[in-house]
Ligand binder design. Structure first.
Ligand SMILES: Cc1cc2nc3c(=O)[nH]c(=O)nc-3n(C[C@H](O)[C@H](O)[C@H](O)COP(=O)(O)OP(=O)(O)OC[C@H]3O[C@@H](n4cnc5c(N)ncnc54)[C@H](O)[C@@H]3O)c2cc1C
Length: 268
């Protein structure tokens, strides 16, 4: 069930330079959503910008949800001016959620930069259900971590930074591969589920480097510019193998797809 809901902004703050976190009270969407889904946000009540902007549903606590975004253009910049108490119109929850694999022996979550929010929601879901889960985050440096410096998750998840800066230095695929190799050694690779979200570079690196075909499940959440968000305008088509047609829509068939089946834009 999708809702068009006027959500009340509870807080809105810059957690890193250019990265913002907003909590909104949105009872209907919170009650209906699952990890991996997103909302289409009307950033301003006026006609400018006309189109809504898609943002992943991050943490959901009771009747409040978190949105975390990087300012990249008009819409995301306008959201930084929104003050607590104001309402924002949300359409959601949209899209297909991650498969919540409860029968896996382990769950490995891999986020790249701003790909983290939907995985935080999934991570907390698995934790609440007492299911073993590891969350890896890859960033360039501390300034790119989409968590506030005082966020308890910062000390709970595995962070790999290209610049080091107090974290493991390198690419996030390295600790992920090590963990998968350890799971292979103890015979549980085939019962492991992997979930990812991040830039195409990360998706491509995971496709190339990890033994995803040996896993129980490997899913990726894609980001693509979109118009309507509900499968009408066809503006967010991507090439995905194994469907009825060569193209699938990120907004309604996705954003979650099998990792092995997706192709970067323009690559068939
Ligand atoms: C399902 C989904 C979930 C998303 N979740 C998040 C999230 O949790 N946090 C977050 O920061 N962003 C997320 N995004 C991306 C976010 O929607 C865009 O950054 C936002 O719409 C940009 O709006 P804008 O008006 O600020 O920029 P615009 O003025 O529309 O564009 C500014 C620049 O960004 C580029 N751009 C815009 N959207 C995208 C995109 N989807 N992919 C690549 N380039 C883009 C444009 O080509 C342009 O160069 C998500 C996208 C999708 C499809």
């Amino acid at each position: 069930m999708k809702y068009l809901e006027d959500a009340v902004v509870v807080s809105n703050r810059e957690i890193r330079p250019g990265i913002w976190s907003m909590w909104l009270r949105s009872p209907q969407i919170c009650a209906a959503t699952l990890p991996g889904q997103f909302v289409h946000v009307k950033v301003d009540a006026s006609l400018t910008p006309l189109l809504r902007r898609p943002l992943s549903i991050g943490r959901v606590h009771g009747d409040q949800l978190e949105l975390v975004w990087r300012v990249v253009g008009t819409g995301t910049d306008m959201l930084t001016d929104v003050r607590p108490g104001v309402t924002l119109n949300l359409l959601g929850p949209l899209g297909q959620p991650f498969t919540r694999e409860v029968n896996a022996s382990h769950r490995v979550l891999v986020g790249g930069g701003l790909g983290l929010p939907p995985l935080v929601y999934l991570y907390e879901w698995f934790r609440e259900h007492d299911l073993p889960v590891t969350l890896h985050l890859g960033v360039s440096g501390r300034a790119d971590i989409p968590l506030a410096e005082d966020d308890p998750l910062l000390n709970e998840i595995e962070i790999t930074a290209e610049n080091g800066e107090g974290f493991r230095k390198g690419l996030v695929t390295e600790p992920v591969l090590e963990q998968l190799q350890a799971l292979e050694t103890d015979g549980s690779l085939g019962s492991t589920a992997l979930y990812s979200c991040g830039p195409w570079g990360l998706v491509n690196a995971l496709q190339r480097t990890i033994p995803h075909s040996q896993l129980k499940l490997a899913e990726v959440s894609l980001e693509q510019q979109m118009g309507c968000g509900v499968g009408v305008c066809q503006g967010c088509a991507v090439i995905v193998e194994g469907g009825d047609t060569p193209y699938q829509l990120v907004c309604s068939d996705g954003p979650v797809f099998p990792l092995a089946a997706v192709h970067p834009p323009g690559v068939a």
